[in-house]
Design a protein around this ligand. Structure first.
Ligand code: NDP
Length: 273
């Protein structure tokens, strides 16, 4: 039997997931098909039901449906609960939908395993307080940084995240103005805004970047550096990367949830890049 998986999104044309999962399946010798499904913004629930009824085994979920997927699932992992978002659903034989969020674990694995950077004891600055920031906060705090600072255009969102996640570790929210007056420097600076998609960067002072820091853009580009990566190259950062590694690692975690085997991502990244 060839197992069927898909990614639901809108837009979804740009998704690299079919290519990534085809490479995973080839590597671990599993017979599966992975497609892209463009869903009307009002028809997510019925599209998932239709796909499940037609024999699908599971799906990924991308923008703008991760919150709706969380509502739809019968049960969810702790990470998905805290993120209030689901990016991976496994269809159980009895028809139940089990939701997971692998975005945060994907980022942490990329930082630690691929970039060989230890998070413990480090100061982390996250610019952006949307769905992606919410998804990465718990896995980052579980890695025991000394501080996570969130800054965002809309500070109420950053403050709400601090309130929700402070039981898991040291996290605060600083406005752009407060950051300008701060003398702190950060070891890991994460761009979790969607600005790179427009070729723009968050308004961050270069002095916030500690010597040798890791600058990490969650957005990615296969053709050239993202705007944030280009900005970071003009700072004291020792390394600047986009989020392609995170994309690959979150996909490998999803593959593991479905197929019980984790592909070796190191061999796949150059093919995707
Ligand atoms: P959201 O729409 O939930 O959040 C967008 C964030 O960007 C908000 O913090 C928003 O601020 C900020 N922002 C948008 N426009 C501006 C602006 N003009 N000036 C300042 N801030 C702005 O998106 P997500 O959190 O879901 O995604 C963020 C990025 O992460 C995307 O580029 C996405 O592609 C990427 N991503 C990558 C993944 C990967 O696997 N590599 C996985 C998931 C996401 P405000 O709150 O004020 O509106």
């Amino acid at each position: 039997m060839i197992k069927q998986y898909t990614v639901f999104g809108n837009p979804v044309e740009q998704s690299l997931s079919p290519q990534i999962h085809a490479l995973f399946a080839e590597q671990v010798q599993r017979r599966l098909e992975y497609s892209k499904t463009l869903v009307d913004e009002t028809k997510f629930r019925e599209s998932v039901a239709q796909y499940q009824n037609s024999g699908g085994h599971g799906c990924n979920v991308t923008l703008p449906f991760k919150g709706e997927a969380f509502e739809l699932c019968d049960s969810v992992s702790d990470e998905a609960e805290l993120a209030a978002a689901v990016n991976t659903i496994k269809f159980q034989p009895d028809g139940r939908l089990v939701g997971h969020n692998t975005d945060g674990s994907g980022l942490v694995r990329d930082i630690k395993s691929n970039h060989q950077i230890n998070i413990e004891g480090k100061r982390i600055l996250i610019s952006g307080a949307g769905g992606a920031c919410r998804g990465i906060l718990y896995p980052l705090l579980a890695s025991k940084p000394s501080l996570v600072t969130i800054t965002n255009r809309s500070m109420d969102k950053a403050e709400a995240l601090v309130e929700k996640f402070s039981e898991f570790g040291p996290v605060d929210a600083l406005s752009g103005e407060q950051l300008k007056q701060s003398s702190l420097q950060y070891d890991i600076i994460i761009n979790a805004t969607s600005l790179s998609l427009k070729g723009e960067t968050p308004d961050l002072d270069k002095n916030l970047v500690a010597n040798g820091a890791l600058a990490y853009d969650l957005s990615y580009s296969r053709s050239s550096d993202t705007a944030f990566v280009s900005w970071a190259r003009g700072t004291e950062a020792g390394k600047a990367t986009d989020g392609l590694g995170m994309l690959l690692e979150q996909a490998a975690d999803a593959f593991f949830i479905w197929e019980d085997v984790r592909p070796k991502t190191r061999l796949i990244l150059p093919k995707i890049r």
